[in-house]
Ligand binder design. Structure first.
Ligand code: N2P
Length: 361
């Protein structure tokens, strides 16, 4: 009797261990993957995938700094990754479990190493730019044929915004990108950490604040596609997804994306494993799956963002690898800027300023 009870207990422990070993929890940006890849992962590996989404680095950062998120893989942007590595939020990757890491693209790895020296904690998932999503016919109808759809003038010039207000303008709720954009517009260093320089973004926003319909970082995809708004300051691939949704709906809405000619921010979203991930083994299996060239290409082909995987390029659709809004030319790359993480004190200045701008007072 005793023996069999013991056996039974051991059996339960085994079940519990394998249940945990067969589950991976991933926390990624919304509208950032071809969902059929999630099923493919489960079929190929036998691991259950729990996939949650967010649309804000700040939301992710709060979870990472608090600890105990329960996630095995998360996707902060490079600047946030750097700050969270410094806070001890992530574990080093075990590259022996990532044979597909050889597929990564040195051009991008060199840039991401700025945030994660040696790329020890993260792999690049995708990268893109922050710019202007425009319903072209609508904006031309309002501002005329020479509407500045490729210039920050479109949204930072009050006389333009006053007119565009009638058709709707959204801004990202992303202070670490929206403050640099305003600084770039007025000719300041977009990566300034000087509170006096950062403060110069305030009047830029206050002058246009009455004409901004909403600050939101994911609703603009459908809002643009449906024609509910005519301009969104948003992320490159999201705007291109809006373009496709509108084309599919055949609703007369024509959406275009432009990285403003005065300079636009380029960013890198990085997959990392939290230090307290419940299942780091499965996390590595997920990262390795993502770095498979055909999987990575399928993801980019679906969401219209470039990726950091060189071997995936032969599987990319022509309207992805051949679109300079997704894979910019050497020359266009020169017009993109990157930023560095704000120190906690400066971050508080930025957060306070952003709250003030959003409230409009
Ligand atoms: C995906 C948005 C990811 C870009 N919807 C933000 N870094």
């Amino acid at each position: 009797m005793k023996t069999s009870l013991l056996t039974f207990t051991a059996g339960l422990a085994l079940v519990a261990a394998s249940a945990q070993a067969d589950e991976v929890r991933v926390y990624n940006w919304s509208d950032y993957i071809d969902e059929s890849l999630l099923e493919k992962f489960e079929e190929e590996t036998g691991i259950d995938l729990i996939y949650d989404v967010f649309d804000s680095n700040e939301v992710l950062e709060t979870k990472m700094l608090a600890g105990g998120s329960g996630y095995d893989v998360v996707v902060p942007t490079g600047t946030f990754l750097q700050r969270q590595i410094a806070a001890g939020a992530f574990q080093k990757l075990d590259k022996s479990k990532l044979p597909n890491i050889d597929n990564m693209w040195d051009v991008i790895s060199e840039r991401t190493a700025k945030y994660d020296p040696g790329n020890e904690y993260a792999i690049n998932y995708m990268w893109g730019t922050t710019g202007l999503g425009v319903n072209v016919p609508k904006v031309k109808e309002i501002l005329g044929e020479d509407a500045p759809i490729d210039s920050w003038d479109l949204v930072f010039k009050p006389e333009n915004m006053e007119k565009l207000a009638e058709c709707g303008v959204y801004f990202l709720d992303a202070p670490s990108e929206m403050i640099p954009a305003a600084l770039q517009y007025i000719g300041e260093d977009p990566d300034s950490h000087d509170p006096d320089v950062i403060a110069k973004a305030e009047p830029v926003y206050m002058a246009i604040r009455p004409y901004i319909s909403k600050f939101h970082s994911s609703e603009y995809i459908n809002a643009l596609a449906n024609g509910d708004i005519c301009v969104a300051v948003g992320w490159s691939g999201d705007v291109l997804q809006a373009r496709d949704r509108a084309a599919e709906a055949d609703n007369g809405v024509e959406v275009a994306y432009n990285a403003p000619k005065e300079g636009a921010q380029m960013w890198f979203d990085e997959m990392a494993i939290p230090v307290d991930a419940p299942n780091p083994d499965a996390a590595h299996t997920f990262l390795n799956f993502i770095m498979d060239p055909e999987n990575m290409a399928a993801a980019s082909n679906y969401v219209y963002y470039a990726n950091g995987n060189k071997a995936s390029q032969e599987f990319l659709a022509e309207d992805v690898i051949g679109d300079p809004a997704i894979y910019p030319s050497e020359e266009a790359l020169g017009n993109l800027f990157t930023t560095t993480p704000y120190e906690p004190k400066v971050q508080r200045v930025v957060t306070r300023l952003w709250t003030k701008i959003k409230s409009g007072s």
